[in-house]
Design a protein around this ligand. Structure first.
Ligand code: ADP
Length: 191
């Protein structure tokens, strides 16, 4: 089973590229952000407990996100492979993830970082906000807060995978197909 962590700042294009990778390599895909949004729109207890954080552009609590991912892994034990999009986003999440996977004789194969400059991220998210309907995409202060939290709490997760020799970076600027080809070139090394 191939387990890929797709990594990068908000707006770097993880979701878009994940959808293309799912098709090409017959993988499953979990976006923790998408799961959180669907819990919020269904107004489940879990969703309600995360709503305030997400609307401010803050991270949801580690324990809740770790539970979501654990549940996903246990429901996809037969998968050909998985793309984890938006997780892990903190070092405690990365440590818990390793623990969850190793107790099931699984592991992360590679983290692929999509590198996009901050100002391009802001512009992309504002553009996406015109059609996504996402409240956290509509307000520039919230967008900048998400990027700041990424820089403060999430960027360091790259070091965790780098220390394990599992880190690969690609340039995330270019056409969708150009970025896709760069990511595929990395994945081919791990197949
Ligand atoms: P983006 O990458 O554009 O921020 P996501 O859909 O990945 O979009 O995430 C949306 C929001 O969901 C994040 O800003 C954060 O509040 C919350 N979220 C998603 N994944 C996690 C996670 N692993 N840990 C904590 N919060 C998360």
């Amino acid at each position: 089973m191939l387990n890929i962590v797709l990594f990068g700042a908000p707006g770097c294009g993880k979701g878009t590229q994940a959808a293309k990778l799912v098709e090409k390599y017959n993988l499953n895909h979990i976006s923790t952000g998408a799961v959180i949004r669907s819990e919020i729109s269904a107004q489940t207890e879990l969703g309600k407990s995360m709503e305030a954080y997400i609307s401010r552009g803050e991270l949801a609590p580690d324990s809740l996100v770790i539970d979501i991912v654990t549940d996903y892994i246990d429901r996809h034990r037969d998968a050909n492979g998985n793309i984890f999009d938006g997780f892990p986003r903190t070092t405690p999440q990365a440590e818990a993830f390793d623990q969850i996977l190793s107790t099931r004789s699984l592991k992360v194969d590679v983290m692929i970082y999509m590198d996009v400059p901050t100002e391009e991220l802001v512009q992309r998210i504002l553009l996406r906000g015109q059609s996504s309907g996402r409240a956290d995409d509509a307000n520039e202060d919230v967008i900048r807060n998400r990027i700041q939290i990424y820089n403060e709490q999430t960027a360091i997760v790259a070091d965790y995978y780098s220390a394990q020799g599992k880190y690969e970076a690609v340039n995330g600027v270019g056409s969708l197909d150009e970025v896709f080809d760069r990511i595929c070139n990395v994945i081919e090394k791990y197949l």
